[in-house]
Design a protein around this ligand. Structure first.
Ligand code: PRP
Length: 195
């Protein structure tokens, strides 16, 4: 599918989470994080690329001083919409996280392989604490158990895009989360249903 030739509105099955609902929930999460980390050092570690919209909205809702850093990780090959289970680091942190309170900021947990890998890796670097803040969770897809400390929304096993999540790298900029029209994602729907 040449997504760049599509109007995203024609790709939407349904708006799963509106801009208003997203912003309201992100504000709640930011307030909770501000309260929980009050008086402590805090470093947000954003997992690129999907986490970037969530990070930039979340950090504007966190009222305590905090730092940010980025990692790029992928368990999905180009053009593939199913986790391979093999996670690769595409870009590592610039910060030394030893002794710091690290909060991972992710867009979505699907199988859990990405976060499982990341948590194990970052633990070896000696952070004072290591927690997870994730916008979306597809619990029915989980293959590896993950403890999420801050969760935005639990969603059904549907292909979703917008607000950082892409359709083959397009439409990350949308301010809402939408499902893809079923007729546009037939190969993925089969793949997903087969797990
Ligand atoms: C997506 C998402 C998570 C991961 C979750 O990243 O951003 O990092 O998959 O899947 P999992 O729980 O099955 O491991 P993706 O590899 O698509 O890269 P992107 O963030 O650059 O879109």
């Amino acid at each position: 599918m040449n997504w760049q030739e599509q109007d995203w509105r024609d790709c939407v099955g349904e708006v799963l989470i509106s801009e208003q609902s997203l912003q309201a929930r992100v504000a709640e999460m930011g307030a909770q994080i501000s309260q929980d980390y009050a008086g402590q050092d805090l470093l947000l570690v954003c997992v690129l690329k999907g986490g970037v919209m969530f990070l930039t909205d979340l950090m504007r809702q966190i009222t305590i001083a905090h730092g940010i850093d980025f990692m790029a990780i992928s368990s999905y090959g180009a053009g593939v919409r199913k986790s391979s289970g093999v996670v690769r680091i595409l870009m590592d942190l610039s910060a030394n996280i030893a002794g710091r309170n690290v909060l991972i900021v992710e867009d979505i947990i699907d199988t859990g392989h990405t976060l499982d890998y990341l948590l194990n890796l970052l633990r070896t670097r000696g952070p004072a604490s290591l927690r997870v803040c994730c916008l979306l969770d597809k619990p029915s897809r989980r293959e590896v158990p993950i403890e999420v400390d801050y969760l935005g929304f639990s969603i059904p096993d549907k292909y979703v895009f917008g607000y950082g999540l892409d359709l083959d790298e397009y439409f990350r900029e949308l301010p809402l989360i939408a499902t893809l029209r079923p007729e546009l994602c037939a190969p993925f729907v089969r793949e997903s249903a087969e797990g």
